[in-house]
Design a protein around this ligand. Structure first.
Ligand SMILES: Cc1cn([C@H]2C[C@H](O)[C@@H](COP(=O)(O)OP(=O)(O)O[C@H]3O[C@H](C)C(=O)[C@H](O)[C@H]3O)O2)c(=O)[nH]c1=O
Length: 151
């Protein structure tokens, strides 16, 4: 699942999964990636079945995420007035067994939900550290008006 340009600046890039009798290895983010946005922090997000985490957007922060357990539905919506893909949305499922990295630029609305019956786990790299006093984040309810994706 390699796709780009459905929403300007978003990408979904396949990660190589190396498996052997010991288990598996995958590279997530490298500083020599052509699209490396700079290091901020890495954090892990577990989400229970039936839970929707949406909607969010960041003013300055670039997110990169990958599913490392279970499956996660990802929804993205572009309402940036100056974007060539204004109005576009993406709605797809990522799977720990078919690893991808999803890149989400600042100001693109995004949300996640566990797809399936087991808790999902995302590993997330952001190009800035979470500011506890003043998060670089705007939130809307998952069922807010004006979004083209129904969770
Ligand atoms: C991202 C982040 C969050 N937090 C705190 C802030 C809250 O007190 C708590 C998360 O609470 P909750 O699970 O209600 O969060 P969501 O509203 O689902 O959103 C969070 O998880 C989704 C998946 C997002 O991508 C958001 O960026 C993130 O804020 O962890 C931290 O202490 N450090 C961090 O780096």
């Amino acid at each position: 699942m390699d796709f780009v340009d459905i929403i300007d600046g978003v990408y979904v890039r396949d990660l190589r999964l190396i498996t052997n009798p010991k288990g598996s290895v995958r590279e997530f983010v490298r500083r020599d990636d052509p699209d490396f946005p700079g290091f901020g922090q890495v954090h892990i997000v577990e989400t229970m079945p039936g839970i929707v985490r949406a909607w969010f957007r960041h003013y300055r922060q670039f997110d990169q995420l990958s599913c490392i357990r279970g499956k996660v539905r990802v929804g993205l919506y572009d309402d940036r007035p100056d974007s060539p893909t204004l109005g576009a949305s993406m709605d797809f499922v990522i799977d720990a067994d078919k690893p991808v990295v999803v890149g989400i630029p600042p100001m693109v609305w995004h949300g996640f939900a566990t797809a399936g019956e087991v808790p999902s786990v995302l590993v997330q790299h952001n190009n800035q550290a979470f500011n506890h006093g003043q998060p670089d984040e705007e939130k809307r309810p998952h069922d807010a008006n004006g979004f083209p994706i129904v969770w």
